[in-house]
Write a protein that binds this ligand. Structure first.
Ligand code: S3P
Length: 193
């Protein structure tokens, strides 16, 4: 009896958190937003939405093509509008943003002011990001011309310096260095329940 009361209490506690809040993953390219997002979607049994994929569906062309044909400012506007549309839905979900999403318009404030949203920053060191990104650089318009690890590392260092200002405003911050996707997702589960 005692255990079942405890169980119900915990179960209700979990539901209170899970059922009221979308999880929005924030972080630099290569920080694991998509992989961790998919894992969280399994853990909580809620849909996973990748903002880049939604933009590709709306624009009917790749992110690379959008940058090439219309430039970054156009992309940022589409990205912001797309996110606003996703947030209109009352369906609970895990949403993985693009690396630059929280750094344009009033996006990070809009997210943090929304009491149905938990923003989670997946923090990774420059070295970890360089290791992950140097293997998959070609489809990323912001860094695809940076061919050596030294140049990439310098670029990411400067870029993170600017972007951390926005990322650090997230409600939760998780250090992902040298942790598996599953370990990061489990840590987020603990934070949120
Ligand atoms: C970008 C990150 C990309 C994508 C676009 C721009 C950025 O998303 O939105 O290439 O400015 O950091 P991921 O962080 O999912 O790679």
């Amino acid at each position: 009896m005692y255990y079942s009361i405890l169980f119900c209490f915990k179960f209700e506690g979990i539901n209170n958190v899970i059922l009221n809040n979308k999880i929005v993953l924030i972080g630099y390219m290569g920080s694991g937003k998509t992989a961790v997002g998919k894992e969280l979607s399994k853990i909580f049994n809620i849909p996973f939405i990748d903002l880049d994929d939604e933009i590709v569906k709306v624009e009917k062309r790749s992110i690379d093509k959008i940058f090439e044909e219309n430039g970054e400012l156009y992309f940022r506007k589409v990205e912001h509008d797309c996110l606003k549309n996703i947030l209109k839905s009352s369906v609970l979900s895990v949403i993985s943003l693009g690396g630059g999403t929280p750094c344009y318009y009033n996006t990070i404030k809009m997210l943090n002011d929304n009491d149905k949203v938990n923003t989670v920053f997946l923090r990774a060191s420059v070295n970890n990001l360089v290791e992950r990104l140097s293997k998959e650089i070609n489809h990323r318009p912001k860094i695809k011309n940076l061919k050596t690890k030294t140049v990439l590392s310098e670029f990411i260092g400067k870029h993170l310096f600017e972007r951390n200002h926005f990322y650090n405003k997230s409600k939760f911050i998780i250090n992902t260095n040298n942790k598996s996707i599953n370990a990061v997702a489990k840590e987020i589960e603990l934070f949120l329940t």
